[in-house]
Design a binder for this molecule. Structure first.
Ligand code: BES
Ligand code: MN
Ligand code: ZN
Length: 491
């Protein structure tokens, strides 16, 4: 059988489970807070270990723990960082030797957490293990995770359930992040709009209550999605609209998620510089986060109705590409004066926001997009920009992010710049002058139908070029967990 050119999605993650008691004969780690006086204090002093978060010391000798893992002050983030550092260290071990039979990716390890660790700490540590051990590779070798299974030992066997529950919820959230990473990391010679749509359908088929419908370019033309068709017009792979509906019985709250699904962004006729263009394969990270969140929301059976839209298009350059100076009519009739074909995200989002708000009349709408390079400059690479005129929604998003380890910073929507969105020859101007992230948000607001709305600009944190906390290089899956947690806050 011919081998698929790419690893199958979703990539396999380490299994993490809570066990009632440690089992002998399995290599184990002990997690220690900094400054704690434990039976390992002496050996730590000898190794000059301090117990700071994510510090991993390898112990010699056949008896006792193989690793000591610092968890510093024991904050949620410390536990995630510790889990991630531990799994990397254990994987490095496995990479060198493998198990007794020399098999890579088949070791099982055991972890004893500090006595003061509660269920949430177990969940955070599990998140670190699952996501810190995530790896996406296209290679001749099988890319098995270095560690097959991590057993987290509960404080007592008869009170393990709350710990197991916290860990299983953390696993569901981590799976969402990992799926969002898989989608973002898939190279664009495979990931065109049709692939993204088919993959969304395939990955949600087993979940009751969740349906994915794919609209093709003909449907988009019939329904007036001019922004999506303009952006996708330069590519041989036509655009799609991915519509995911999760509707459990008997629930009232209805959320709409909209995610940018640009499967590759060359900039179009307003072409991007060659240097760094390759990372634009992750320009569908917002859409990936939305789709992955839908999967987790359905898997967790949250009692909230959620509809998701991902307008997917490839922003390429050809004789049929759209041009600066074009005027485009969006779903619902509003027109945009195009000035820069590289501002394609807002073109497809405008259609989807207009369609979603009028078609579904949700209680609120949240869009997620790698929208502006300006946000990387404003907030750096580890914080997402949060725009909303609705204080309750903004606060819920910030709090949701805080609980799951995704940082959001609220940005303003100033009135003086709102005026600049008007165009002389069309209803709105695609790229008004002024601060890039803010005017993009103000442009999108025009299409949100006056509903409570939030816009999440993840251009910074959607990608990483290094390991930190539970993040690894490549797509980070940022925003997927926040969306699940937001939905849970309405359930
Ligand atoms: N996808 C980019 C934004 C981006 C840049 C995301 C870097 C991640 C990393 C977006 O489509 C874009 O090109 N935005 C332009 C807008 C400009 C033309 C108004 C930008 O930010 O330069
Ligand atoms: Mn662009
Ligand atoms: Zn883009």
């Amino acid at each position: 059988m011919a081998r698929s050119p790419l690893p199958s999605i979703p990539t396999r993650l380490t299994d993490v489970e809570v066990v009632g008691a440690a089992r002998r004969g399995i290599a184990f780690a002990v997690v220690v807070p900094s400054g704690a006086d434990t039976e390992y204090t002496e050996v730590m002093d000898r190794l000059r270990a301090t117990g700071k978060a994510a510090e991993v010391s390898l112990l010699p000798g056949p008896d006792g723990p193989r690793w000591l893992v610092g968890v510093g002050d024991g904050t949620a983030r410390d536990y995630r960082a510790a889990g991630a550092a531990f799994v990397r260290a254990a994987a490095a071990d496995a990479g060198e030797g493998g198990d007794a039979a020399g098999r890579r990716g088949s070791i099982t390890v055991q972890v004893e957490l500090p006595a003061q660790a509660g269920p949430d700490h177990y969940g955070q540590f599990a998140t670190g293990v699952l996501l810190g051990g995530y790896r996406y590779r296209v290679s001749m070798q099988d890319g098995a995770a270095g560690v097959r299974k991590v057993r987290l030992v509960a404080p007592t066997a008869d009170a393990a359930q709350p710990y197991a529950d916290a860990v299983s919820r953390a696993c569901e959230l981590a799976r969402a992040t990992a799926l969002a990473r898989d989608l973002a990391n898939t190279p664009s010679n495979v990931k065109n709009p049709a692939w993204l749509a088919n993959t969304a359908q395939r990955l949600t088929a087993d979940l009751p209550g969740l349906t994915v419908t794919v609209r093709d370019e003909r449907w988009l033309a019939e329904h007036g999605f001019g922004g999506t068709l303009a952006v996708g017009g330069g590519s041989a792979s036509p655009p799609r609209l991915i519509e995911a509906v999760y509707r459990p019985r008997g629930v009232r709250a209805h959320l709409l998620f909209v995610g940018k699904g640009i499967t590759f962004d060359t900039g179009g006729i307003s072409v991007k510089p060659a240097e760094g263009m390759h990372v634009m394969r992750t320009d569908m990270s917002g859409g990936g986060a939305v789709l992955a969140a839908m999967r987790a929301i359905a898997a967790l059976r949250l009692k909230v109705r959620v509809t998701a839209l991902v307008p997917a298009a490839e922003n390429l350059i050809s004789g049929s590409a759209y041009r600066p100076g074009d005027v485009v009519r969006h779903y619902g009739g509003r027109t945009t004066e195009v000035t820069n074909t590289d501002a394609e995200g807002r073109m497809v989002l405008a259609d989807a926001l207009a369609y979603g708000t009028s078609r579904f009349s949700p209680d609120l709408v949240v869009d997620v997009a790698t929208l502006t390079g300006a946000m990387k400059i404003a907030l750096g690479l580890r914080t997402g920009g949060l725009f909303s005129g609705d204080d309750d929604l903004a606060q819920r998003l910030r709090a949701a992010g805080e609980r799951v380890g995704e940082a959001w910073w609220r940005m303003p929507l100033p009135d003086d710049h709102a005026r600049d969105v008007r165009s002389d020859i069309a209803d709105v101007r695609q790229v008004p002058p002024g601060p890039g992230g803010i005017v993009a948000a103000l442009f999108l607001r025009e299409f949100a139908g006056g509903l409570p709305w939030a816009h999440l600009d993840i251009a910074g944190p959607a990608r990483s070029d290094r390991n930190y906390d539970e993040v690894v290089p490549g797509g980070t899956g940022f925003a997927a967990r926040t969306l699940v947690e937001l939905a849970a806050s309405y359930a």
